[in-house]
Design a binder for this molecule. Sequence first.
Ligand SMILES: [Zn+2]
Length: 455
Amino acid sequence: MNLSAPPPHLDRLLQPATAHPRAWDLLRSLCDDVGARFPCTEGDVAAVAWAQEALGLAGLERVHAEPAEATLWHRGAESCSLLLPRQQSVALTALGGSVGTPEGGIEAEVIEFASLEALDAARPEEVAGKVVYLHHVMPRMRDGTGYNAASAVRMRGPSHAARKGALACLVRSVGTDSWRAAHTGALWYHAGAPQIPAAALAIPDAELLHRALAEGKRVRTVLALGCSPMPVGMSANVLGDIPGTDLGGEIVLLGAHLDSWDLGTGALDDGAGCAIAIEAARRIASLPARPRRTVRVVLFANEELGSGGGRAYASAHAAEAGRHVAALEADQGDGKPWALRVPAAMRESALARALHASLAPLGIELDPGVSRGGVDLAPLGHLGVPFVDLRQDVTRYFDFHHTANDVLDNVSRVEIEEATMAFSVAVWLLANAEESFSGVNQGEGTATRADIAAR
Ligand SMILES: [Zn+2]
């Protein structure tokens, strides 16, 4: 490909299919026919079959499932009430991985901290025997800034509270809505700290509790969580290829994660990414020409609690890691992409300019930041695979993320179509360009578990 000219057939990929938004149709099928997809549930098994059928129908070849270890956990029944300053039942949901409460629940006074640092600075006798409440407010931003900091409080808070002798830990939901639907998400128990039950309060209930404590009132709560961690199980990554022509030994990977939390139907997280990836590949497979490089779609297992799918793919494909010349992940819901990020060393390259020029008609700018991939791609980053990011607009995403409201009704048909176009254009260009990002060390740009491309 001449870098001064766009790749062949690019114009076709820039045509919206507004009369028949296929990405949305795929997502409708995943949400309605399969539903929630927590590993080792019926939905997970159905999703692996659904994904193989969808990739085959999209025209991909060598479609198959590969085993991936998955962290398992069961939610069970959950309830919480404030007893003081007055009786009120509040909406909460357990954090993924949490242990349950003893029979009859836990009843205790609540003590609030604004940060992990403030909690760490507290005297143990202030905290011991109480329920710790962590009040961290996540802002609403187009780029999701604030998710990392908020999810760090969610993930680490329970062990910090346990070290001070707390009986349980509550967090303000990591979200931007004001509905009585709590946002779940993974926690990390630190080795050496007691494992205490932990849950997220719906934001209006968290604010109620916060206002009472701010006014100096005594707050007392009773909570019962029926959740329990379970032994490791097996799920599967689902893969399919559009084999390349003369550079077919090289791979451009487009990923998303097939698993979801149990509360909604995983429409935005990450059913949307799966639909975007499958439909972007279908558009490419239906062009009159084959890509020069192999385009591989990988729908990862177990992203939400354990990253088993990402680790399984990297270990099964370690020998061909060097042939992955770019990896992208769609894991930011249905949002319209607004910026492109490439590896730092390639920002001034002709390939970065060509990518940007091809995406500019969709309103996408070149971001000054370094590409970071997604959680599922992180193990590949450690093997030197370069990432390309399409940053999606997540202004609405965190209203629904990890809640019972993550359902099809909250997905935009227009935006998911725009995201599909952008991913298809980026992948098509990367698969056909003369240059590649191969050999670029992703280095410090690799995403962590807490990154936004996350979830
Ligand atoms: Zn996700």
